[in-house]
Structures are given as structure tokens and as C-alpha cells.
Design a protein around this ligand. Structure first.
Ligand SMILES: Cc1ncc(COP(=O)(O)OP(=O)(O)O)c(N)n1
Ligand SMILES: Cc1ncsc1CCOP(=O)(O)O
Ligand SMILES: [Mg+2]
Length: 217
């Protein structure tokens, strides 16, 4: 367990979401270099074609958690409540289809952050009512990284959610790159969540630095 963030909004600034299937280079090295480039939060999303399962997934999760903790970056796991408990992660991120939000929240330990994906104002209001720590909103732009995405929303949906929920920590996701990240921040997000622009980069540290320049806090 690491110290919980002093300011979660600040920790959301540059949220790297990644599994081994997303990486051009070795995932442990990719994460380390990306953190050196400024990544502030990490989500282990080992999912889809080419991803690891079973013991291999657990082993990689442990290695990535260790890297995160060397740099005081919280380690969040995607989808997998069992893994979040087993690895005693710093948090869990789930989507609308990933289970009963309230029950999952009640199962997590008090130090564990709870993030939920939302696509519109109604889902965001419900997540807020349940008491999630932050919401992911997307897809902001076109992406080929995830097959089963909902329709592209654009940063306008963040503006709408922000008007209703002035204080909730928000991170945008989906097709975010260095040349469009500022649109997401300008709409009211506290940060951007990124997969391919960092994990597929030739030099992940430079890619992270480049996006971070557009993310003010
Ligand atoms: C920060 C963040 N926001 C949204 C998502 C997407 O979650 P979900 O809709 O459950 O899809 P999968 O990632 O599980 O395929 C996310 N992972 N992180
Ligand atoms: C996990 C996820 N959820 C909504 S879009 C998306 C994929 C984001 O990947 P990329 O940053 O490569 O577009
Ligand atoms: Mg999910």
C-alpha cells in the first residue's frame, strides 16, 4: 500500500492505462519510462487479444505494482475485483457492465480508490450518488485500441457532466494524444487517460512528457 494521494485530481493528470498487449516494448520498461516522463496514475488493463491470463497475469501485475510503488504512483487494476483484493492494489476501475457498483465499492478496502466508466450525465450522477472516487468519461475521440466501445462522445460530454458535478474528479479517455489532450482539459477534466499514444510510442518517456505539457493542474 502507498500513501493515498494528497489530491486525487492532481493524480489523475496523466493516467496511463495499459497491459502487455498494448506495448511496443517490454511492459515493465514501458511503465518505468512513462512514469519518468510524468505519468501520475497507472491502471493495469491486461485484456483482449494477446493478453496474459492466470499466473502470468498475476506475475506481471506484481512487477508493475512494484514499479509504481518505487515512484509513489498508485497502481489501479481494471475489471478484476479478485485481483484487486489479491494484489492489495491501490484501487479498482470498472465499467457499467462490470458488476454491481455498490457491492463492489463495499467490498474494496478503505484505502482502495474506486473509479467507474461513464458515458453521459445520467451515469455520472449515479456514480456520484454511489460515492465513487473518480469517473472515466469516454470515448472522447476515435480509437482502435478497444473494440467494444460506445459511440464517440467528444469533450462536450465532460462539459455537461462538469456543470452538474462541479467537484467530482474526472478523467477523459479514448483516442487522446498530445494534439487533442488540451481539448479534454479545457472541457473540465482533471486529467487524461491514455493507452496507445504512450504504450505504442518508440520512446514512451518522450510521449508522456509531450502529453503532460498540455495537461495543466
Ligand atoms: C480511466 C478509465 N476510463 C474508462 C475505462 C473503460 O472501462 P470499461 O468501459 O469497463 O472498458 P474496459 O477498459 O474494461 O475494456 C477504463 N478502463 N479506464
Ligand atoms: C479503455 C478504453 N475505454 C474507452 S476508450 C478506451 C481505449 C483507449 O485507448 P487509446 O488511448 O489508445 O485510444
Ligand atoms: Mg471494464
Amino acid at each position: 500500500m502507498i500513501k493515498q494521494p494528497i489530491d486525487l485530481k492532481q493524480q489523475l493528470s496523466l493516467y496511463l492505462v495499459m497491459g502487455s498487449q498494448n506495448c511496443k516494448h517490454d511492459p515493465v520498461e514501458t511503465l518505468e519510462k512513462a512514469i519518468e516522463g510524468g505519468v501520475t496514475l497507472f491502471q493495469f488493463r491486461e485484456k483482449g487479444e494477446g493478453s496474459k491470463t492466470g499466473e502470468e497475469k498475476i506475475e506481471l501485475g506484481l512487477q508493475l505494482k512494484e514499479v509504481c510503488h518505487q515512484y509513489d504512483v498508485p497502481f489501479i487494476v481494471n475489471d478484476d475485483l479478485g485481483l484487486a483484493i489479491e494484489l492489495d492494489t491501490d484501487g479498482l476501475h470498472i465499467g457499467q457492465e462490470d458488476g454491481d457498483m455498490k457491492k463492489i465499492k463495499d467490498t474494496l478496502k478503505s484505502h482502495q480508490l474506486f473509479g467507474v466508466s461513464t458515458h453521459n450525465v445520467e451515469e455520472a450522477l449515479e456514480a456520484h450518488r454511489i460515492g465513487v472516487d473518480y469517473i472515466g468519461v469516454g470515448p472522447m475521440f476515435n480509437t482502435t485500441t478497444k473494440d467494444d466501445i460506445e459511440e464517440v462522445r467528444s469533450p462536450v460530454v465532460i462539459k455537461e457532466i462538469r456543470e452538474q458535478l462541479p467537484d467530482i474528479p474526472i478523467v477523459g479517455i479514448g483516442g487522446i494524444k498530445h494534439d487533442n489532450a488540451s481539448q479534454v482539459i479545457d472541457a473540465g477534466a482533471d486529467g487524461v487517460a491514455v493507452i496507445s499514444d504512450i504504450a505504442q510510442a518508440d520512446v514512451p518517456m518522450k510521449a508522456a512528457e509531450r502529453i503532460l505539457k498540455d495537461v495543466k493542474y
